[in-house]
Design a protein around this ligand. Sequence first.
Ligand SMILES: [Zn+2]
Length: 398
Amino acid sequence: MGEGARPKRRWIKIMLLSLLGLVVVGATGFFTFAPRIVENGQNRIEPAKLPEVSASTQELHDSLEIVDMHSDTLMWDRDILDRSDRGHMDLPRLEDGNVALQVFSSVSKSPKGQNYDSNTDETDNITLLTIAQLQPPRTWRSLLERSLYHASKLRDAAKDSDGTLRLIRTRGDVAKLISDREAGTKVTGALFSVEGLQNLEGDFDNLDKLYDAGMRMAGFTHFFDNEVAGSMHGVEKGGLTDLGRRVLTEMERRGIIVDIAHASHDAVAEMLELATKPVVLSHGGVQATCKVNRNLTDDEIRGVAATGGVVGVGYWDAAVCDLTTKAVVDAIDHVVEVGGIETAALGSDYDGATTVGWDTSHLAAITQELVDRGYDDDQVAAIMGGNTLRVLQATLPE
Ligand SMILES: [Zn+2]
């Protein structure tokens, strides 16, 4: 080795160490700040001017058993037991809003450049999120593992909640939840669902694992066509596959609620045709008040009503075309007009990469809007949760 070799080698060593340092610092920053930055950018609130809640409406609101059929809170890196300044909900805010039962959904895959018109299954944003949030490596690739992980997050939260968050899996659980709340117990129910059965990974037997993990509601598709059905936002937008038909029958047999959210119009028609139990739209809107392809036509509203199911109206702009309680209740009015009072329900899509006008602590504003439209107390109670409780009591396992 010549004289000049040592300084040169030292220089290379310094370069390499600096580079490693940069990677470590960068990664630490990424894992520490990325989840917060990502969620703040995705789950936004543009504060709406809300109707002032009167004392009598607040009293009515506090007496309701409210059910929200859809939130994606499990996707984000925070403890749902803690009050957060991010996103749209957590247990303290559900309590503020007097929510009796929240459905927590698992998103397992979401295409890059996601849009309502056409998406393939070739790309995925959730993979990066699972790594950025330092989730267990088994969730980095497997869609099934992602949903099982979300289910375990919900289970752990319930376990750590001193009884204030309770998992709901059976009709008995629903009855006990309501009777405990009526007796003054501070408890909120949590039901696990999934957004798209791509997490079966094409294997019928995986339904077993998801059922055991607590899944009691399932949307067949999310933003792309999958092994069970065509998506409203997919490329082909086809109907149910053979596997999809088999899965639907097995879901009904087990007591897992069939959710038509995001399914193509062809798939929705088939699901309503095949259904022998109440079917739900967990979150969305209606074409009559907001003409977006994912929203229900009047025929579809009638089809859901005919199964004894409910339509969960969301609060975000693409579901109701405006961030006001008026827009939400306009959609509810239309569901009532076409499907009857027993068909209207709530499905916020909180924390679903949505922009909303208020978080779940302000739900009394919706009650006020319903009261202002002339709904009586029993009708308000039905819309805010009574109808969905009826569906749960008719479909969940004994
Ligand atoms: Zn959705």
